[in-house]
Ligand binder design. Structure first.
Ligand code: UDX
Length: 439
């Protein structure tokens, strides 16, 4: 098939290279000229394992092309996909201006029989609005089918999440469109959910909100564990083996971040509000997530004092999760701001996110090239992202480099036994603190 995709962000680019890998001819369009130049040279704008290799292979084989507009690609395409951003507005609603802009251009240029697929995360009913925009406001004569095909890929494992997704969700109003889209993905051999457009749109928000709920639920359990002496890691293990619960997304920590969960949970609260439904449960999920960061700061103050003037604190890991350089809604940002406000001198290390982090924290943080450099002479360490090199950094080395080995681990990277053995003071989430006998 000939496929045109508007938007070369995570979703558009990863979908594009995966569809090209499946043998389709893919044209990716982005208004960012610089990004398009880099992509033509085989250089993706973000760090994502496996993406560069897949991009280069398909560029060499001539199956993927990049353009700054859809003038040539849209009229040729059998399937036109919208994968542009839907950023959060001040009131929490998704900003759909880029989606409608792309839809307008596609609506005027698409050939007869083409299908317009919305991949961006959009509120329920957006497909209907696009239909109306194209057929009534633009007065397009030949019908253009509008479908929804939400994306569930995670940053850091985006390629395998696409090629080996748990499910493919396709929402459309006719059997023929559902069949064609299922055929487009046939090489991926995925379980397919065929549904109507609105349900497909809702599946995306409901899935992200449910996963965020699991995380906030565990973070609440973690707080209660700390107060009762239970251990959240054992609790998560015991719960996760129940197949009805499942073991994923039960990791307590400093809360979820990234480009999706914070934005999509806020948007779903708004979507519910528009149909006069007060989504109290999801509001609580969001509140718990924010509280998780303040609780982490409080535990540092409880140990080091309310005023952190003159204290050197090392921050290990800055990206919102490992294997990505993405700093969007990363918990490290509010935590760094708060510690800086309290007077702490901050030195941070992240294996790949430093360049992006420097833009978010220009005045608050000094950046180190290695973990050793960051923790040297520090009064405390905060582990904020569970990168592999941070997890495997020997606990005993904190003894060697720090002024005093006090560790606040926001990601539960170490066992309590290992901390006790290394004779470090170790505070984690939902578990009892460990303190060496001599202290
Ligand atoms: C998420 C969804 O998983 C994906 O399906 C959707 O398309 C986009 O949003 P992503 O944001 O890339 O993907 O990251 P994910 O791995 O889901 O983690 C999100 C956040 O939750 C991270 O900040 C992570 O640290 C946090 N998290 C995850 C926890 O705190 N505990 C967990 O148990 C799991």
């Amino acid at each position: 098939m000939n496929i045109a995709i508007a938007g070369c962000g995570y979703v558009g680019l990863v979908t594009g290279v995966c569809l090209a890998e499946a043998g389709h001819h893919v044209a990716c369009i982005d208004i960012d000229r610089q990004k398009v130049i880099q992509l033509k040279k085989g250089s993706p704008p973000m760090y994502e394992p496996g993406l560069k290799e897949l991009l280069n292979r398909n560029l060499e084989q001539g199956r993927i092309h990049f353009h700054t507009n859809g003038a040539t690609a849209y009229p040729r395409a059998d399937v036109l996909m919208i994968a542009v951003g839907t950023p959060q507005q001040a009131d929490g609603q998704a900003d759909l201006q880029y989606v409608f802009q792309a839809a307008k251009e596609m609506g005027t240029k698409a050939k007869t029989g083409a299908i317009l697929v919305v991949k961006s995360t959009v509120p329920v009913g957006t497909g209907d609005q696009i239909d109306q925009l194209i057929h009534q406001e633009l007065e397009r004569k030949e019908p253009l089918s509008i479908a929804s095909n939400p994306e569930f890929l995670r940053e850091g494992s985006a390629i395998s999440d696409t090629l080996r997704a748990d499910r493919l969700v396709i929402g459309a109003e006719t059997k023929i469109v559902l069949d064609q889209l299922e055929e487009m993905y046939a090489d991926f051999h995925l379980p397919v959910v065929r549904t109507d457009r609105k349900s497909a749109e809702m599946i995306k928000y409901a899935s992200n909100a449910f996963l965020a709920t699991k995380i906030s639920f565990m973070n609440e359990i973690a707080s209660i564990c700390e107060k009762t002496g239970a251990d959240v890691e054992w609790v998560a293990q015991g719960m996760g083996l129940d197949q009805r619960i499942g073991s994923s997304f039960l990791r307590a920590g400093i809360g979820y971040g990234g480009s999706c969960f914070p934005k999509d949970t806020n948007a779903l609260v708004q979507i519910a509000g528009h149909v006069s439904h007060d989504f109290e449960l999801l509001k609580a999920v969001i509140k718990v997530n924010n509280e998780q960061r303040s609780g982490f700061i409080r535990s540092i103050q409880d140990r080091l004092g309310a005023n952190l003037e003159g204290k050197k604190i090392a921050l290990l890991g800055l990206s919102f999760k490992p294997n990505t350089d993405d700093m969007r809604e990363a918990p490290s940002v509010p935590i760094a701001h708060a510690l800086h406000q309290l007077g702490a001198k901050l030195v941070a290390y992240d294996p790949v996110a430093t360049r992006h982090a420097a833009r978010k924290l220009p005045d608050q943080v000094l950046f180190a090239q290695t973990i050793e450099e960051a923790i040297k002479g520090a009064d405390a360490v905060c582990i904020l992202t569970e990168w592999a090199d941070i997890q495997s950094f020997p606990l005993s080395a904190y003894q060697d480099f720090m002024r005093q080995p006090i560790i606040f681990d926001g990601r539960n990277c170490h066992t309590l036994e290992a901390a006790a053995l290394a004779e470090v003071e170790y505070h984690s989430i939902g578990r009892r603190p460990v303190s060496p006998i001599y202290m």
